[in-house]
Design a protein around this ligand. Structure first.
Ligand SMILES: [Zn+2]
Length: 186
């Protein structure tokens, strides 16, 4: 996208939105591709401090920890899929910017439906891990990412979408969980 004078670039706007959404620096950098000094400037300008540090959460197993997380993960992936597709039709957007814009919009949308970033059970960092695992909208299918230990699936009884461990061929949500077992291994 073309910008004039000192108005922020698309990347800077992405970085700003992510910082305001509580996103940590490595993810802001990876998504926005804004240079370090500018990221520093944006952190102090927008939230008055630097990013919190420490290792980023990378566990995919975490997304199958509780029923609520499984549902939230599936919801976010489905939303990303939809938002990604709608970004493709935006005029003037470069193809390589689409995943970045889609991620940023998905995060904003997710915080909106959670009632604020403090109430979101999946952090921006974990959301990044989840979406990156499924790489792009095309790979978000029942087969998912073959290399990952999780997949987007659904309850065998009520069909609600859930993130589940890859090795299950059949899985039940909390309401439909059979008494003796949680699912059938493939
Ligand atoms: Zn169910």
């Amino acid at each position: 996208m073309l910008t004039a004078g000192s108005s922020p670039t698309l990347n800077e706007r992405i970085a700003r939105t992510l910082i305001l959404a509580g996103t940590r620096r490595p993810v802001v950098k990876s998504i926005s591709r804004v240079p370090d000094p500018k990221i520093d400037q944006l952190y102090s300008q927008e939230i008055g401090r630097n990013s919190t540090s420490g290792l980023l959460p990378s566990s995919l197993e975490w997304f199958t920890k509780t029923h609520r997380i499984q549902v939230h993960g599936a919801l976010v992936l489905l939303a990303y899929h939809r938002i990604y597709k709608s970004c493709v039709s935006i005029q003037g957007i470069m193809p390589d910017s689409i995943p970045r814009v889609a991620f940023t919009r998905t995060l904003t949308w997710y915080h909106e439906i959670c009632g604020g970033q403090d109430k979101a059970i999946i952090s921006a960092q974990r959301l990044y891990t989840l979406i990156r695992t499924f790489a792009d909208a095309q790979s978000i299918s029942p087969r998912g990412n073959e290399a990952a230990e999780i997949k987007l699936h659904h309850c065998a009884a009520c069909k609600i979408p859930l993130i589940i461990p890859r090795h299950y061929s059949e899985y039940h949500c909390t309401d439909h969980k059979p008494k003796s077992r949680r699912g059938s291994k493939a």
